[in-house]
Design a binder for this molecule. Structure first.
Ligand code: MLC
Ligand code: AMP
Length: 486
């Protein structure tokens, strides 16, 4: 490897692989502070996407720790939950996060370190040997349990997830990725950053998504690969439509020069795919994955990409469709997607029961329904109504309901996802109010923002005298959804 190649571009600066190597050694040195191995201690870190994020992530790994990425958009209660649940020994953050993170670390019995301190430490000359089966990362994901679960992946899992993508999408050192995704989820961490660095390509990182910035980077002619969620493509289309004819031409021409543009994390509406093709000439490559497994299915790099479908299993990944009792369905039948392979995660952190029930005969049960049509998987929705995908983020209706029930004006509530052109789904809630109380959407949002990540905050509200319930007293979610169509 040529150590002088550019690994990261962020905030207008380029960093070589040699610089990344040195910076991650310094971080490792600071974390080890004389010990020879962190021995899988969890290190939670809150760093905006950019060079320092990568140096800290790799520094944690090189010191033998488990990296737990935190999200900058999360309010303190969500950050505190992750730090506590992961049992973090160290919390690391940029200087701007001290006032938020230091008390959280203290309350959880963890030490706190600024990234400045980690990055200015003396480099560690001797680093531990890392067996591939050691846990490397915990990503928190919302699911069918009320609180998010930590998904533990090993170095081998991460390596396998990335290797499948490098092979299928022909990543090469000549690539330059434009990365505008958040880095507390696999789309950004594995498909973006991980793939680019695995082949010594260049990863250009934006600290947040901005449609005009992305278009201008396409127009530069330097970018070769881009990957995003459908909401980002919708926003890019809106920005293009609002631009002048001259800008449109420059942007479209620039975009045409990329070799690969991908979409995933939520269903790509065929309309968005078609509009993007009109504007850029690219048929977006749609793929399907999940935090627990990395990517499983992908349309082909070469060959026909079928709109509305997510393709076939990636190299090294086995996928099958099964009925409710776990029996594979006949060809052409509908079933739940199950996945097996070296990229499948190790366990949910300290949740043996949930881990056990997530597998059947060694296959991971995704909870997504699909059918194979003309040799390509088509997703048909999820088995659980309580999981919502909004802006590409997975959120749990149960988790939001638990938080909303703490509001003094709310007697009972039900949260659902309602279909939305921009966000895929939007979080909506039906409320039974305590007697004599009123509550506006604005007031609820203001209150919820301090407790929930922005993408979990309800965007629509109806109040009802009584939530629709079945004979068992359980809220009937399809009937709640109907309230928003009225
Ligand atoms: C933000 N807003 C929302 C919202 N999120 N409104 C409705 N629904 C949501 N989900 C509001 C904000 O509060 C704000 O409102 C307004 O929209 C504009 O905010 P913004 O800051 O511009 O939005 P932004 O934060 O930029 O969010 C848009 C986004 C983001 C597309 C950049 O959603 C995003 O980064 N998505 C990527 C998610 C992702 O990486 N998923 C991968 C998971 S891994 P106001 O009123 O305050 O102005 C996975 C596996 C796999 O799924 O297969 O990949
Ligand atoms: P997460 O748990 O955040 O990793 O999100 C994983 C979920 O996102 C999957 O279980 C799917 O429901 C959904 N998903 C990912 N990619 C796609 C896609 N291309 N089309 C539809 N849904 C998708």
């Amino acid at each position: 490897m040529n150590a002088n190649r550019v690994a990261i571009v962020s905030e207008g600066r380029s960093y070589s692989y040699a610089e990344l190597d040195a910076a991650s050694r310094r971080v490792a040195g600071a974390l080890l502070s004389g010990r020879d191995d962190l021995g899988q201690a969890r290190v939670a870190f809150l760093v905006r996407p950019g060079f320092e994020y990568v140096a800290v992530q790799r520094g944690i790994w090189r010191a033998g720790g488990v990296a737990v990425p935190l999200a900058a958009s999360h309010p303190p209660p969500e950050l505190a939950y992750v730090v506590r649940d992961a049992g973090a020994a160290v919390v690391a953050g940029e200087p701007a996060t001290v006032s938020t993170l230091e008390p959280i670390a203290k309350a959880a019995g963890a030490s706190f370190a600024t990234t400045d301190r980690l990055l200015s430490h003396a480099a560690e000359p001797s680093l531990p040997h890392l067996g591939a089966t050691r846990p490397a990362m915990i990503i928190y994901t919302s699911g069918t349990t009320a609180r998010p679960k930590g998904v533990v992946t090993t170095h081998a899992n991460i390596g396998a997830q990335i290797a499948a993508l490098v092979e299928a999408w022909e990543w090469s050192p000549a690539d330059r990725l434009l990365l505008a995704l958040p880095l507390h989820h696999v789309h950004g961490i594995i498909n973006g950053l991980g793939s680019a660095l695995a082949v010594t390509a260049t990863c250009e990182m934006l600290s947040s998504f901005d449609a005009a910035v992305v278009w201008n980077r396409f127009a530069s002619g330097e970018v070769t690969v881009f990957t995003a969620v459908p909401t980002m493509y919708r926003r890019l289309i809106s920005a293009w439509e609002a631009a002048s004819a001259a800008e449109q031409q420059v942007w479209s021409e620039g975009a045409r020069g990329l070799r690969l543009m991908m979409s995933g994390s939520a269903a790509l509406p065929v309309q968005t795919l078609e509009r993007w093709r009109d504007i850029t000439g690219h048929t977006l490559l749609e793929r399907y994955g999940m935090t627990e497994i990395g990517m499983a299915l992908s349309n082909p790099l070469r060959g026909e990409r079928r709109p509305g479908t997510v393709g076939m299993p990636l190299p090294g990944v086995e996928v099958r469709l099964v009925d409710e009792s776990g029996v594979p369905v006949a060809p052409g039948g509908t079933g739940e997607v199950e996945v097996r392979g070296p990229g499948v995660f190790l366990e949910y952190w300290q949740r043996p029961d949930e881990t056990r029930s997530a597998f059947r005969d060694g296959w991971f049960r995704t909870g997504d329904m699909a059918v194979v049509e003309h040799g390509s998987y088509r997703l048909l929705g999820r088995t659980a109504v309580d999981i919502i995908k909004t802006g590409g983020f997975k959120v749990s209706a149960l988790e939001i309901e638990e938080v909303l029930r703490e509001h003094p004006a709310i007697a009972e509530c039900a949260v659902i996802g309602i279909a939305d052109q921009e966000w895929g789904e939007r979080v909506a809630t039906a409320l039974e109010l305590a007697s004599g109380e009123t509550l506006s959407l604005d007031a609820l949002q203001e209150w919820a923002k301090a407790r929930l990540a922005p993408y979990k905050v309800p965007r629509a509200l109806v109040t009802v005298n009584a939530l629709p319930r079945n004979a068992m007293g359980k809220v009937v979610k399809p009937e709640v959804a109907a309230l928003f169509r009225e």
